[in-house]
Design a protein around this ligand. Structure first.
Ligand code: BGC
Length: 490
């Protein structure tokens, strides 16, 4: 994953707080009749899971969420090595939270990797977890574009940025996924997909990186994503959510406008057009807080200057994902997208609790001091994205969360499974294409970070591998804190 940013520090007017009600997409009569017929067939054959469902506006509403046993097992390895019984209990609880399953290479689909379940295994388990009379969602991250992670090294992938790579992506990866999804027995599962984190944002803002320029000029990212959308949207119980980076990347007005234009062009180029995309996901694998409770007005002045002009925010008025998703939704609708387009926020690691969390707004008259003392995001620089120290778990996964009416939220999800590394700073040979990334080196001072070092947690394994120390830190710094006992409330 990568988050280098091209900044476009244009001052902008205050946020438009007008509220728009979302209209629910009406189910077609034909789909309803099919569902009824299959539902009856299911009841007669004793296989209720085979009943097809209408494509609904918000797949998470009223549904339970699939819990990945591979994740529970990974957490279990750390629980077994933790002495403190209170912490152990909290860890155990987190291990039962629903997390997304990353299909991060071709082998992850078919189960060629013995340490992980295949896609079909996951869907069979989702059927087993499905409660009678309640829909279930299972979330999969589609993440194997040719030339993946073009502006960084930590999550480079297995497929080269060539026509041959694109052919393999389409036929050995996307077709393989669609062939499993379309099996009749899985029709009763609401399958939600998070499509290609970081890819279109990199095309929008990072073409100064040669790989990203190549990804753009070759058209390979766009063609791959359009192919994925066409195949996945064609299946009525599959939901498509495009990754839309985060507030600290696309929050500047210029970056947002450019990205919305790109996403609109990409979606319009698919067979279903804009309605082939159910929504957008923000903050995937990042650490942007859902809310900055003590920094609510970017235009408020301290020491004669607006808060947004501080060193930390660099004229980006979107301080958090709540503001950002509201602005993104408004921009999408203005560009012609349906108002029913839903937003999802990855809240897996954006809690920022623990002893260092501020409890009140600063009273300092010095702008940068005021911002540093008031913000819950305790990074030294907003562009840090690799195994960030001090971070904590965020809000648990939840359908249709309230409190952010402008954001049109379909759900909070844990897309990045907490405890899985963002990347390593040293070269650990693997057959997945991942490389050592300086952003994961605690002592590296990245350009644009004002001389600050990354402060990334030391000793991290390559992206995706289990990082026990990070998991323990995230649980300890959770906000809201994890309360052991009881169910997960899902
Ligand atoms: C890695 C993937 C991994 C995912 C979830 C990404 O950064 O590149 O391999 O599945 O994170 O941990």
């Amino acid at each position: 994953m990568t988050h280098p940013i091209r900044r476009t520090p244009t001052p902008r007017p205050g946020p438009d707080r007008r509220r728009r009600r979302r209209r629910r997409r009406a189910a077609s009569l034909g789909a309803a009749l099919t569902a009824l017929a299959l539902g009856l067939a299911g009841q007669l054959t004793g296989h209720p899971a085979a009943a097809a469902e209408n494509h609904v506006d918000n797949p998470f509403a009223g549904a339970s969420f699939y819990v990945n046993p591979d994740y529970t097992d990974r957490v279990g390895t750390t629980v077994a090595r933790t002495g403190d019984p209170g912490l152990r209990a909290r860890m155990r609880k987190v291990g039962r939270y629903p997390t997304a399953v990353w299909l991060d290479r071709i082998a992850a689909v078919g189960g060629a990797d013995p340490s992980r379940k295949s896609l079909a295994d996951h869907l069979d388990l989702a059927l087993a977890q499905k409660r009678r009379g309640q829909p279930i969602t299972a979330t999969f991250v589609v993440y194997d574009l040719p030339g993946r992670d073009c502006a960084a090294l930590a999550s480079n992938g297995e497929l080269p940025l060539t026509q041959a790579g694109l052919d393999r992506y389409e036929h050995e990866y996307i077709d393989a996924i669609a062939n499993v999804f379309k099996k009749r027995k899985y029709r009763g599962i609401r399958i939600t997909t998070v499509i290609e984190p970081d890819s279109l944002p990199n095309l929008a803002t990072n073409t100064s990186a040669p790989e990203c320029a190549q990804a753009k000029s070759s058209g390979i990212y766009v063609k791959g994503i359009q192919y994925a959308l066409d195949q996945l949207h064609a299946l009525p119980n599959v939901y498509t959510y495009l990754d839309f980076a985060n507030s600290g990347w696309l929050g500047w007005d210029g970056n947002l406008a450019q990205s919305v234009q790109l996403y609109t062009d990409v979606a319009r180029g698919t067979s279903a057009g804009l309605s082939g995309v159910d929504g957008l996901v923000t903050n995937v694998s990042n650490y942007m807080p859902l809310e900055e409770p003590f920094l609510t007005d970017p235009d408020r002045t301290v020491g004669g200057n607006p808060v947004k002009s501080s060193t930390f925010y660099e004229w980006n008025a979107d301080f958090d994902e709540s503001d950002f998703t509201g602005n993104v939704h408004r921009a999408l609708v203005a560009a012609g997208w349906p108002a029913s387009t839903g937003m999802v926020v990855d809240t897996s690691r954006n809690g920022w609790g623990g002893p260092g969390r501020p409890t009140a707004e600063s009273t300092s008259p010095v702008l940068d001091t005021y911002v540093t003392e008031s913000r819950v995001d305790r990074r030294t620089y907003r562009g840090l994205w690799c195994n960030v120290s001090g971070a904590g778990l965020g809000r648990p996964p939840q359908a249709a969360p309230s409190g952010h009416p402008d954001s049109h939220l379909d759900a909070f999800l844990w897309v990045k499974p907490p405890g899985e590394s963002d990347g390593a700073s040293t070269d650990v040979p693997d057959d997945e294409g991942k490389g050592p990334d300086p952003m994961c080196d605690p002592d590296y001072a990245p350009p644009g970070a004002g001389g600050n070092r990354t402060g990334a947690l030391p000793g991290a394994p390559p992206a995706g591998q289990w990082f026990a120390e990070q998991f323990a830190m995230l649980v300890k710094n959770a906000y809201p804190p994890v309360r052991p006992g009881g169910g997960t409330g899902l």
